[in-house]
Design a protein around this ligand. Structure first.
Ligand code: LLP
Length: 427
């Protein structure tokens, strides 16, 4: 009997041995399953809809290829993300470019590449886009990101839709109307519609309702005042996943059914045509498709207090527990059949007391050298990794039907100094 944790048919202890730890492991099949669910429960069900994957959750060139082959678009939020999409030959017409402070260079890059839409995040950005578009004689499709003034129930750092937010154009009707009016006159910008993003790791579907009503009202006013036809409404992402416990992650239709019902009701009520609805899931697509493997080293028992089991990674490859108090589930990959007789706190190797990956995890008797598999690390782990304490970043292994391929090489110490230069007087 196999006493090892198997992930998508691969023995994770063998993977740890072969590729070393820490190691991000991502399953292509699980990502594709989620993309297909987006087709079945959203794109195929409702006409005039689009789904773009929020690449900030996890982005590599290989991921772009998977997303492209699944027929989804890509949301990028920086020149770097845009560059990776371009390097992967991602169809630029299916790229949506976000950002609350895009530089002129980034906007120029987006216009040169011919991205499908730029999402305007603040008033003056319209002028920057207009200036560049005119100089390049290229018409640019835009959406306006509106702050819907809605608080999502999630960690404060990943709420975005509330009134007091650095994201989006505030819902001040007069100035917004003036901005729409001037943009509609621009020969260089096509204003297709609006975007909002309430926040991330949301579990309430009705929260989208309020924002849709707000945009519906706005669309009605703009139609009456300026004859604007709202062609597109991008409702952002934010669909939450379960990180631990027995509760299952909600299906995508839990969110999209309500969104579509609400859109139909609200726009119908205002006697407006239903615009194209765009969703932007990130975490929901990739979060559950990834695990991280670590090796346990030091085991410290403080009598009557707690046992710390330290791993060969931590905060630099997963800052989410320290940043958001995120809680993960994990198991000892080489001891899956052993009874959990102990409780250990999994500590990272950083010089930082806050570097605790998991508090009080039930475990079998631990030994140094055990392999820890942390579940659901596919989203915002690799993408938020840092070099704190000069720890090289782990590699990323992509598991496909029958093969495993490294899609990002493990860094080495040389990589840590590749951009350093020594001033002459210090040589
Ligand atoms: N669209 C926009 C405009 C966004 O800002 C985001 C996420 C998404 C879509 C995708 O959201 P998702 O479906 O993945 O929830 N680092 C944080 C998450 C930050 C999310 C930022 N924006 C974390 O680790 O939880």
């Amino acid at each position: 009997m196999n006493t090892h944790f198997s992930f998508q048919g691969f023995d994770t202890v063998d993977l740890a041995k072969k590729y070393g730890t820490p190691l991000y492991v991502v399953s292509e099949d699980l990502i594709r399953e989620k993309c297909r669910a987006v087709h079945e429960s959203f794109l195929d069900l409702y006409p005039n809809t689009e789904a773009v994957y929020a690449s900030k959750a996890f982005l590599t060139k290989a991921m772009c290829k998977i997303i492209e082959s699944e027929g989804l678009g890509l949301d990028v939020v920086s020149g770097g993300e845009l560059f990776i999409a371009k390097e992967a030959d991602f169809p630029m017409g299916k790229v949506i470019f976000h950002g609350n402070n895009k530089s002129l260079e980034e906007l120029e890059m987006a216009i040169d590449y011919g991205v499908g839409r730029i999402v305007v995040d603040f008033e003056e950005e319209v002028n920057l886009i207009e200036y560049l578009a005119k100089a390049k004689e290229k018409r640019v499709n835009c959406l306006f990101r509106i702050t819907p003034a809605i608080e999502g129930k999630t960690h404060k750092y990943i709420m975005t839709g509330q009134k007091d937010s650095k994201f989006g154009i505030p819902l001040e009707l007069d100035s917004l109307k003036a901005l729409v009016e001037s943009t509609l006159k621009s020969p260089w910008i096509t204003l297709l519609g609006f975007h909002f993003h309430i926040g991330s790791q949301l579990f309430e579907n009705h929260i989208y309702d309020g924002a849709i009503q707000t945009i519906g009202r706005l669309a009605k006013e703009l139609k009456m005042d300026q004859g604007m036809e709202l062609q597109e409404l991008n409702v952002g992402g934010g669909f939450g996943i379960q990180y631990r416990g027995d509760e299952k992650t909600k299906s995508i239709s839990f969110f999209t059914e309500l969104i579509m019902e609400s859109v139909t009701k609200v726009f119908g009520g205002f006697e407006l045509p239903v615009p194209k609805i765009i969703i932007e899931p990130g975490r929901w697509i990739v979060g559950e498709a990834g695990i991280t493997l670590y090796t346990i080293g030091a085991i410290k028992k403080i009598p009557g207090i707690r046992t710390y089991a330290s791993i060969d990674g931590g905060f630099p490859d997963n800052p989410r527990p320290a940043l958001y108090g995120a809680k993960y589930d994990a198991l000892i990959a080489n001891k899956v059949l052993e009874e959990k007789v102990d409780v250990a706190t999994i500590a990272g190797k950083c010089c930082e007391s806050g570097d605790i990956l998991i508090w009080d995890l039930e475990v079998p008797t631990l030994d140094s050298g055990d392999i820890l598999a942390v579940k659901n690390t596919g989203a915002y782990n690799y993408s938020m990794a840092s070099h704190y304490n000069k720890i090289p970043k782990p590699g990323v292994l992509l598991l496909s039907a029958k093969e495993a391929n490294i899609i990002v090489k493990r860094e080495n110490y040389r990589d840590l100094i590749q951009n350093e230069e020594m001033p002459g007087h210090l040589k």
